[in-house]
Design a protein around this ligand. Structure first.
Ligand SMILES: Nc1ncnc2c1ncn2[C@@H]1O[C@H](COP(=O)(O)OP(=O)(O)OP(=O)(O)O)[C@@H](O)[C@H]1O
Length: 344
């Protein structure tokens, strides 16, 4: 549905030029949810804006549903943009229009004049995003999540084939983020609409994306399925994004009594990291049975993404020293990463 071939974008300023995109190659299949993750200034917005030609690439091709959109001009470009809905971080609603009026506007811009048809379609869309009861409210009287629902209804008004989401949940709290992401996934499944989203949060990718690309300094440095990325991140940047979703800190009480050398009566504190390579087995029960090593879990964050279990765990281990070494070796064989943090 979306293909980017050798896309470059250079912004020319008075004294210097900025290479915002460097040789981007990317393919998104119909019905897929593709996330582009990157830090601030990496080129995410530029990339998404090249798909609907709000920015035109300096070179390369952007093919949407078989049409090279970089070649389109005037009315053909306007027609193309109608096939692409877009939602933004700050919703971009018209404050002078009601919820109904904001969604209706997209239909009016699309040339629809029949009031009955507009009425029917707007209510269908508001039903879809769960906001039919708010049709007469103004944006100022809505929560952030409700505003984004209106923006989603507006974006879907012209039945686009593609929905672009530019940091659509970055201004929302975690619970609202979660409900908007569920809504996007539901819309994707129901309408088979292709979604390209950009974000700086791995949690967003984890929750709804099928595939993900990591962008850094204008280059797509890594891409694949979400499961591939979580199980075999290749670049330090991808690893750091993953760690940002699962890392845990040593609780203050334990930090206060943590010692770097072994002291009688204290137990080793270990950090266990499970990745997609870790064997899916009850490894803590196994080390108890095989080596008599007992584990006391202090804190843990385990999760699933793209069918892969991953996470981190802090645990205090007790048992004979020689057996503990065997247990650690066993865990490493199961591809559980072990860090020895000290003694508590
Ligand atoms: N209109 C413009 N003119 C000149 N430079 C620009 C323009 N838009 C973006 N840039 C530059 O291009 C680079 C990529 O910017 P872009 O907004 O695409 O990044 P981003 O990943 O979306 O960042 P953020 O998450 O902070 O919005 C940055 O160095 C930015 O300063």
């Amino acid at each position: 549905m979306i293909i980017l071939k050798n896309v470059n974008k250079i912004y020319h300023q008075k004294k210097h030029s900025i290479e915002a995109l460097k040789d981007i190659n990317l393919e998104i299949a119909k019905g897929e949810i593709y996330g582009v993750i990157g830090s601030s200034g990496a080129g995410k917005s530029t990339l998404i804006r090249c798909v609907n030609m709000l920015e035109s690439p300096s070179s390369g091709q952007v093919i949407v549903d078989g049409t090279d959109v970089t070649k389109l001009k005037d009315y053909a470009l306007i027609k193309h943009r109608r096939q692409i809905g877009m939602i933004f971080q700050h919703f971009n609603l018209l404050s002078s229009r009601t919820v109904f009026g904001n969604v209706a506007l997209a239909l009016e811009f699309n040339g629809e004049t029949n009031k009955e048809k507009i009425n029917k379609r707007v209510f269908e869309l508001l039903e879809l995003v769960g906001l039919a009861d708010k049709h007469a409210s103004y944006p100022a009287n809505l929560s952030g999540g409700q505003k984004q629902r209106v923006a989603i209804a507006r974006a879907l008004a012209t039945e686009p084939k593609v929905l672009l989401c530019d940091e659509a949940t970055s201004a929302l709290d975690p619970a609202t983020t979660s409900s908007i992401l569920s809504l996007l996934k539901d819309i994707n499944r129901r309408l088979n609409i292709t979604i390209l989203l950009i974000t700086h949060e791995m949690d967003v990718v984890k929750k709804i994306c099928d595939k993900v690309g990591v962008i850094s300094q204008g280059q797509l440095i890594e891409q694949g399925t979400v499961a591939e990325l979580f199980s075999h991140p290749k670049t330090p940047l991808a690893k750091s994004f993953i760690e940002s979703t699962i890392d845990i800190e040593i609780p203050d009480d334990y930090q206060a009594k943590l010692q770097s050398t072994e002291v009688a009566g204290k137990h080793p504190l270990l950090k266990l990291t499970f990745t997609g390579r870790s064997v899916d087995a009850p490894v803590l029960s196994e080390i108890a049975q095989r080596y008599g090593i007992l584990s006391n879990i202090i804190s843990a964050r385990m999760d699933y993404a793209g069918g892969v279990k991953f996470g981190v765990m802090l645990a205090e281990f007790s048992g004979e020293n020689s057996k503990l070494e065997l247990a650690i070796a066993f865990l490493r064989e199961q591809h559980v990463k072990i860090e020895e943090l000290g003694y508590v």
